[in-house]
Design a protein around this ligand. Sequence first.
Ligand SMILES: Cc1cc2nc3c(=O)[nH]c(=O)nc-3n(C[C@H](O)[C@H](O)[C@H](O)COP(=O)(O)OP(=O)(O)OC[C@H]3O[C@@H](n4cnc5c(N)ncnc54)[C@H](O)[C@@H]3O)c2cc1C
Length: 270
Amino acid sequence: MRALRIIVCIKQVPHPDEAKVDPETGLVIRDGVPMVLNPNDYFAIEESLRLKETGGGEGVAMTMGPPAAEAVLREAISLGVDDGVLLCHRSFAGADTLATAYALARGIECLGGYDLVLTGSRSTDGETGQVGPQIAEFLGIPHAAELIRPVEVEGDHLLAWHQTDYGQELLQMPLPALLTVAKGMNEPRLPSLRGKMRAKKQAITVWGPEEIKADPDRIGLAGSPTRMLETTLPARKTRSKMLEGSLAEQVAALLHELADMLPGKAGGRP
Ligand SMILES: Cc1cc2nc3c(=O)[nH]c(=O)nc-3n(C[C@H](O)[C@H](O)[C@H](O)COP(=O)(O)OP(=O)(O)OC[C@H]3O[C@@H](n4cnc5c(N)ncnc54)[C@H](O)[C@@H]3O)c2cc1C
């Protein structure tokens, strides 16, 4: 195992229980909704900390978002990440996944050297799962999505188990590389009191488009080829029926209803 410089990209999202979509604009409502660290990203942070504890090195958390997104960087620092970088400027607003990944890749390149980039596999709001692989493409490094077991580093290579549609694959990849981390691949730790104190005091680096030498035509709305025309929520198909009579009668009626739902029966699946 060798010392690695690890960049962990993390996102601030609306609390999953309170996320709502504006029916008029189709955009996620962020005002007045409690914001949290994307649940998937705890696993990416934990993997960076485990690698640092095993082989030494350094971890830097990076996020692109409004000034309030600084909170997720402080949370990452409270867990043990060394530094935080916030990409924050009005010209980053309205970014689709491509413009988001471009800005993050520029930020990573401006950090001056890295061995491994970790992201969550998907966010709970946009949930495209595109940002990690797109960052890797911009950086010109190999990537694997849905890491399901801890990474092993051997010299200039890593070994990563990842989930595919057909099963699990063990990949050997040269460093630097990017991995997106699946939910449940490790057990994220809780912050220590010392970590919380450090997170309160630590200075956060804030960069705008000039600091990351971004092409203005490739960030924010200007750099976003996709347009959200409409969003819909999945239709809820629930039926309810109150059963009456004694308990035995209700059980018999329930069995009758369930039998009717069997494939080929009226009310059942075709
Ligand atoms: C046309 C369009 C317009 C949009 N306009 C806006 C807008 O005005 N305001 C707005 O807030 N959003 C907007 N979005 C949503 C925005 O594009 C996504 O929030 C963002 O690109 C991330 O995509 P995702 O949530 O699908 O991430 P995923 O690809 O599902 O996330 C995977 C992982 O990538 C990393 N990651 C993702 N986003 C970030 C980030 N910002 N910083 C650091 N790491 C990250 C995290 O590790 C995360 O776990 C818009 C999207 C579209 C398509």
